[in-house]
Each structure stands twice: as structure tokens, then as C-alpha cells.
Design a protein around this ligand. Structure first.
Ligand SMILES: Nc1ncnc2c1ncn2[C@@H]1O[C@H](COP(=O)(O)OP(=O)(O)O)[C@@H](O)[C@H]1O
Ligand SMILES: [Mg+2]
Length: 239
């Protein structure tokens, strides 16, 4: 198998309820890969499966080696960062304390301080609000905190679960532009799960459409966007 992240025959679910029925997927190093699909298709479950939060069968390899099963901390140590649905920021902690949580396994204090400054470079508003409780921020700013916290782990692969949820379109666009900048500047591979297909396809390199636990379609983001039939039947775009 080639590719940076390779997923083959991945099955997963909750107890007796099976959700993923043999997902095959390849993500190349340095790309932004979109996972699209309707509510309930299994997008969140796929990210949970990739980062070891739920039981799976099948193969998940990162940079040529199998990722550990059912051990999220071991997966994180391999360089996989997950920003879950709903962000998971700590509301009573300040912005900067939230960022430090992302670096809790690191002992290189000077490098952590430099990385926090780098996050403030990407998200200047967070620098201004560094001493404020995260819970007092807007939805978009909280999503920035969640992203920044993930970056503090110095990941090689960033898994983002519906960062646009609850955000106004302009805020989403701003957020996606920063994700693109981070992806380019740090050669960080990004898997971006979204229901907001139209905007996501503007930013992604490739897209995979998940439908009832299987990949129904894969292609270059531009091709997926240009295909009317695909747009209508899978993505709810167009007439
Ligand atoms: N914690 C859970 N326990 C049981 N079933 C779940 C759980 N989370 C999700 N599911 C079910 O798994 C299916 C896929 O959900 P999910 O992965 O959240 O889809 P998506 O993120 O694409 O909306 C749905 O039928 C959902 O009800
Ligand atoms: Mg979801």
C-alpha cells in the first residue's frame, strides 16, 4: 500500500451496532483530505476509529506502520491529533491554559513557548484573549483554541471533526483559510470531516464521500465539485 495514511477494510461500530462496513481510503502526505457525507453516515465514527477510541477490524497504517489499536494515547504519540465534534475545549481554563493542555506530554519548555507564539501568529485574536476563559469566547474563537491545542502536540496528521458546526459562513471561511495556511507552512496532513460540502471542496485537495459506512466516491476535490450528479445525489448541492 502506498500513501501516508492508508485504511483498508475498516469495520467499526458501537456494541452490536455496526457503522463502518469496510472503509478503504488513502491520504497522501501534505494534503487536505475531505470526508463528506450526510448526517449519520459514519464520519465521526471513522475519526474515532482512526485515533483508537473504538474497537476496529481492518488495517490502519501511518507512514508505513500499523497504528496501535484501542489505545488513543499510543496513537497520539505516533503524531495523530484529533479535534472532536463539539471541540472539547475546557471552558473554565484560559485560552493559554487550554493550549498548554495540548503540550502536556512535552518536556521541551522553550519549544512549547515558541509553539504557543506560533499559534498566536496563526490566530492573533487568541493572543489578545490569552488570559480569558475559553468558555467566554465566540464559537469560532473556541474552534481556534481547539485547533491550536491540537497543534501544540506537533502532530503529523490532524483529524478535524466538523469544525464549521454552528459557525457563520464567513467565520468558517476564515477558519478554513487558516487550516490551509497551517497545512502549507507545516506540511501537516489534514483529514477534514464536514457536512458543509460546498465550502470544504474549495479548500480540500481530495474528497471522499462516505455513505452508510462505505466510501461511495473518491476524487480530486475540483472534480467532485464539478460533477453535477455527484453534487446533487451525495452532497445536497445544486438543483
Ligand atoms: N456513541 C454511540 N453509540 C451508539 N451509536 C452511535 C454512537 N455514536 C454514533 N452512533 C451511531 O453511529 C451512526 C453513525 O454516526 P456518526 O459516526 O456520528 O455519523 P456522522 O458523523 O457522519 O454524522 C449513527 O447511526 C449513530 O446513531
Ligand atoms: Mg459527526
Amino acid at each position: 500500500m502506498s500513501g501516508f495514511l492508508t485504511v483498508a477494510g475498516l469495520h467499526a461500530g458501537y456494541g452490536a451496532g455496526r457503522v463502518l462496513h469496510g472503509v478503504d481510503l488513502t491520504v497522501e502526505e501534505g494534503e487536505v483530505c475531505a470526508i463528506l457525507g450526510p448526517n449519520g453516515a459514519g464520519k465521526t465514527t471513522l475519526l474515532r476509529a482512526l485515533c483508537g477510541l473504538i474497537r476496529t477490524t481492518g488495517t490502519v497504517r501511518l507512514d508505513g506502520a500499523d497504528l496501535p489499536r484501542n489505545r488513543p494515547e499510543a496513537v497520539a504519540r505516533r503524531g495523530v491529533a484529533h479535534v472532536p465534534e463539539g471541540r472539547g475545549t475546557f471552558a473554565p481554563l484560559t485560552v493559554e491554559e487550554n493550549l498548554r493542555v495540548g503540550a502536556y506530554t512535552r518536556r521541551d519548555r522553550a519549544a512549547v513557548a515558541a509553539d504557543i507564539d506560533r499559534v498566536y501568529g496563526y490566530f492573533p485574536v487568541l493572543g489578545k484573549r490569552r488570559g480569558q476563559a475559553a468558555g467566554s469566547l465566540s464559537g469560532g474563537e473556541q474552534q481556534m483554541v481547539a485547533l491550536g491545542r491540537a497543534l501544540l502536540a506537533r502532530p503529523r496528521l490532524l483529524l478535524l471533526d466538523e469544525p464549521s458546526l454552528g459557525l457563520a459562513p464567513l467565520v468558517t471561511r476564515e477558519l478554513f483559510e487558516i487550516i490551509r495556511t497551517v497545512n502549507r507552512d507545516e506540511r501537516l496532513t489534514v483529514v477534514l470531516v464536514e457536512q458543509n460540502a460546498h465550502l470544504t471542496l474549495e479548500f480540500a485537495d481530495r474528497a471522499h464521500v462516505l455513505e452508510t459506512g462505505r466510501i461511495a466516491l473518491s476524487g480530486a476535490a475540483d472534480d467532485v465539485r464539478a460533477d453535477d450528479r455527484v453534487a446533487r445525489s451525495y452532497l445536497g448541492i445544486g438543483g
